[in-house]
Design a protein around this ligand. Structure first.
Ligand code: ATP
Length: 356
């Protein structure tokens, strides 16, 4: 196992106008599960491919286990990889698929068998060792690809959207299995996904990327509850964080959203007379059928089974509210909205950055 240190990695593809990665620095601790999360095209795969040695950075440095590997060929980096297109060999039985890399490296047959059995046990593939991949489900085939990667005793495991070819149910069960497995073997892992739920569920830490840069890196709960900027707040969560624009009163005590007001934390008093953005998660807002206090007019009412989603309007601004499943409201109805101060995050409208 090993620590992975990325230092100011820059990559521009030939003919590309923008940098695919723009001075990305990241430290992944020994045994840590780091998720790279972000929208399509933000540079996640490029970053992973540079760590793997499949792309060379224009500048910057990659250090694995204290060794500078920036220009080292892939097979000398001691990494294992699982990619989206989990290519398993169709003409090889599961056991031969899992042991393939070991045999290529000249590991004695006895040891290969032991390791294959170990990985098959961990990934619940023991009953299928003698089958051909065509006789497996998508989830089982994916587990074969993961088993093949983990038997290699690599310092670092790299995974690029390994669950994306699975249907929603399989994805859910395999996600939990993967989490258990990686905890057990404790290998340093870099995992690319654009699925926020997967990222939050799997990562010891999550690095949210945007346009070639890391917008925020931290513990999943912290990234979700304290988004460092409006992009992160808007990217994470379904529905995403709400943002309301208002103007702070001249005495600095309240914010006015256009006729309705809320108190402003004392620390933001200096914004008197200026605009501020309030960020709040839909599930942090309480609703009751009353028309005093802060009011929202119901536009859309959507029962979602486990909760109810309300689209409300407050002074011409849209506010999504996730209410309990039993909550009932009619379009056109005015509701009292509760925005707990401890759940409110404040952003600078110019920089879109979180204000302390
Ligand atoms: P996705 O989730 O869609 O896979 P990503 O976040 O992994 O996206 P990358 O594949 O790293 O993003 O791409 C980053 C940027 O680099 C994009 O603008 C993309 O168009 C560009 N890019 C990626 N690969 C190449 C390539 N081989 N040649 C030219 N441009 C590329």
């Amino acid at each position: 196992m090993a620590e992975v240190v990325l230092h100011e990695l820059v990559k521009t593809y030939p003919g590309g106008t923008a940098r695919a990665t723009d001075e990305v620095s990241l430290e992944v601790a020994d045994g840590e599960f780091m998720v790279l999360l972000g929208p399509s095209g933000c540079g996640k795969t490029t970053l992973l491919r540079m760590v793997a040695g499949l792309e060379t950075p224009d500048s910057g440095q990659i250090v694995i286990g204290g060794r500078d590997v920036t220009y080292l060929e892939p097979r000398r980096r001691n990494l294992s990889m699982v990619f989206q297109s989990y290519a398993v060999f169709p003409n090889k039985k599961v056991a031969d698929n899992i042991g393939f890399g070991l045999r290529v490296h000249g590991v004695p047959a006895d040891e290969v068998r032991k390791k294959v059995e170990w990985a098959a046990e961990l990934l619940q593939l023991t009953p299928y060792l003698d089958r051909y991949p065509a006789k497996l489900s998508g989830g089982q085939r994916q587990r074969v690809a993961v088993a093949r990667a983990i038997v290699m005793d690599a310092d670092v495991l790299l995974m690029d959207e390994p669950l994306s070819n699975l249907d929603a149910l399989l994805r859910l069960s395999f996600r939990a299995e993967l989490k258990k497995l990686v905890n057990e073997i404790g290998v340093t892992t870099l995992y690319v996904t654009h699925d926020q739920v997967e990222a939050l569920s799997l990562g010891d830490r999550v690095a949210v990327m945007r346009e070639g840069r890391i917008a925020q890196c931290g513990d999943p709960v912290a990234v979700y509850t304290e988004p460092a900027d409006e992009f992160v707040g808007g990217f994470l969560g379904s529905p995403p964080m709400n943002f309301l624009t208002g103007t702070v009163s001249e005495d600095g005590t309240r914010i006015d959203f256009g006729g309705q007001t809320l108190p402003v934390p004392a620390a933001l008093k200096t914004f008197q007379g200026k605009r501020l953005r309030l960020g709040i998660r839909p599930e942090s807002i309480s609703v009751e059928p009353a028309s005093d206090g802060l009011r929202g007019d119901v536009q859309v009412f959507e029962p979602l089974g486990s909760s109810t989603l309300l689209t409300t309007e407050l002074c011409g601004q849209v506010l999504k509210v996730q209410a309990p499943a039993s909550f009932r409201a009619e379009p056109g109805q005015t509701l009292k909205l509760g925005l707990p101060p401890e759940q409110c995050r404040w952003y600078d409208p110019e920089t879109q950055l979180l204000l302390e």
